[in-house]
Design a protein around this ligand. Sequence first.
Ligand code: SF4
Ligand code: SF4
Length: 119
Amino acid sequence: MTEPNPCLECGICCTHFRISFYWAEADDAPGGFVPAHMTEKLNHHMRCMKGSNDVPRRCSALEGVIGEAVSCSIYENRPSPCRAFPVFFEDGTPNPKCNELREKINLPPIEPWFFPQAA
Ligand code: SF4
Ligand code: SF4
């Protein structure tokens, strides 16, 4: 059994938050990985994903139609705030912020996901 992935029909968080992170996560810094051309400078220490600091907000890496079918074009190299926003917590309960955001685009709430117990 694999974990369900409700993000593939959602994407609302990628149009809701300013996606900001320490500048050196971008790939023009040693060890950086986020494509720098998809970011913009916020201040001396921080950058954000292009599009996420504008209104209406939409991260420039988001592809597709929110509420229908979406994907992150830099998924393997997405910045830390995207990695830190879970759909499910460790006990399988859904992130309540996801359900709050999903309601705004008429998507159903995410059901709890229970991990199989180890034998
Ligand atoms: S709001 Fe939650 S369910 Fe929707 S794309 Fe973001 S992480 Fe996934
Ligand atoms: S980098 Fe990807 S996961 Fe992060 S906000 Fe942009 S589209 Fe969403």
